[in-house]
Design a protein around this ligand. Structure first.
Ligand code: NAD
Ligand code: MG
Length: 400
């Protein structure tokens, strides 16, 4: 029986994780759940999965949740804030931690799970992008088992031999081919991108996801973050990772070997597949995902990414090459830009504009410790806020 903490239980990945877990009550038991804003949903999840602990953002939320739990006869202990998240991530009773908080907020709790030597199911790519070398050092130091949940990285993991941890060259890998759907704006006329709305950006053709990653998928910043994520997870250089636009999202990524063999992992676009893979690894369990119907899919298309259409991909590749604090700066500026876009304060093309300006303004520095990571993150957010004051307006004006 594995005891599991789900950080970000109320989100898209959190809910998919609990769906898989609930299919296998003989294998998995929920130890702790966390939620941030959707407290009603968190209460419902606690009633269904009966965790020993739950984590909420503040005391007021804790009082509300405790009252709801006690009214139903549940004795779940309720913790608060980042300290509470770190506690349930590192608790001695826990075997595996699903790191599914979105953005930089997930870094400390995810690292707490890593430092405690847990099996860490990594969905929170921003944590690894921000702190790359330090994060991977912590994995090696603690002996944590790091399993990628991002569908592309999970696919690559499945296409690599078990001993790839020694590096890609010894096992004969030439390139990693990272697939991208191209998102909702793959064919939108460039001039129309000025006027696209948050709702259009969040309407992904193949995947149902949280709003932040949906905007990242539309801008292809998601693929840029994934490029950086792949470099850390698989010890690759940015030049070894090629992005391939594949609109059907059936091939989740590929590994190209020196002998000309190319291995791919295919499946329906449903995150329960990588989640079930990582939960049970090295075994296999039912995920609830329908079998792949190749006849219904009929064809698979591929095209090169258009960097004029997707400038965020270029910016991410530059940050990957610059290394040190550049990915943390990129990530922080992107988080500010995406929330400003979702709030209607900037137009869609301004996301890339803001990130580029912040990257040009902020010096790239070595990241010797976690404090340096957060210092880079804070400075980038300040520069981004300043940019917003100068350039941001109500983006809905003029759209009508
Ligand atoms: P989501 O917005 O649906 O859920 C985010 C979760 O994080 C929620 O439970 C929310 O309560 C919690 N949260 C938000 N802000 C928080 C804060 N400040 N402190 C603590 N908790 C906070 O997002 P999602 O789509 O589930 O994505 C989660 C992570 O997984 C992201 O890093 C994303 O990039 C990654 N990911 C998601 C998918 C997908 O299909 N949804 C695929 C690959 C990777
Ligand atoms: Mg992905």
């Amino acid at each position: 029986m594995q005891r599991i903490t789900v950080l970000g239980a109320t989100g898209s990945i959190g809910l998919s994780t609990l769906d898989v877990v609930a299919r296998h009550p003989d294998r998995y038991q929920v130890f702790a759940l966390s939620g941030f804003s959707r407290l009603q949903e968190l209460l419902a999840l606690c009633l269904r999965h009966r965790p020993q602990m739950a984590v909420v953002p503040d005391d007021q939320a804790a009082q509300w949740l405790v009252a709801g739990l006690r009214a139903e006869g549940l004795h779940t202990e309720v913790l608060v804030g980042e300290a509470g998240l770190c506690e349930v991530a590192a608790a001695p009773e826990v075997d595996a931690v699903m790191a599914a908080i979105v953005g930089a907020a997930g870094l400390r709790p995810t690292l707490a799970a890593v430092q405690a030597g847990k099996k860490v199911l990594l969905a929170n790519k921003e944590a690894l992008v921000m702190s790359g070398a330090l994060f991977m050092q912590a994995v090696r130091a603690s002996g944590a088992v790091l399993l990628p949940i991002d569908s592309e990285h999970n696919a690559i993991f499945q296409c690599l031999p078990g001993d790839f941890a020694r590096g890609l060259a010894p096992v004969g890998v030439r390139r990693i081919l990272l697939t991208a759907s191209g998102g909702p704006f793959r064919q939108t006329p460039l001039a129309s991108l000025q006027h696209v709305t948050p709702e259009q950006a969040c309407a992904h053709p193949n995947w149902s996801m949280g709003r932040k990653i949906s905007v990242d998928s539309a801008s292809m910043m998601n693929k840029g973050l994934e490029l950086i994520e792949a470099c850390w997870l698989f010890d690759a250089t940015p030049a070894q990772v090629e992005v391939v636009v594949h609109p059907q999202s059936v091939i989740h990524s590929l590994v190209d070997y020196v002998d000309g063999s190319v291995l791919a992992q295919l499946g329906n676009p449903d995150m329960r597949t990588p989640i079930a893979h990582a939960l049970a690894w090295p075994q296999r369990i039912d995920s609830g995902v329908a079998p792949l119907d190749l006849f219904a899919i009929a064809r698979l298309d591929f095209e090169a990414p258009d960097e004029q259409r997707f400038p965020c991909l270029r910016l991410a590749r530059q940050a990957a090459q610059a290394g040190h604090s550049a990915p943390a700066i990129l990530n922080a500026a992107n988080e500010v830009a995406v929330s400003a876009f979702l709030a209607g304060r900037i137009r869609y093309p301004q996301i890339a504009g803001m990130i580029e300006d912040v990257l040009n303004q902020q010096p790239v520095l070595p990241l010797q410790d976690l404090e340096a990571v957060f210092a880079a993150d804070t400075q980038a957010r300040q520069l981004a806020q300043h940019w917003l004051q100068q350039h941001g307006s109500d983006a809905t004006q003029g759209r009508r």
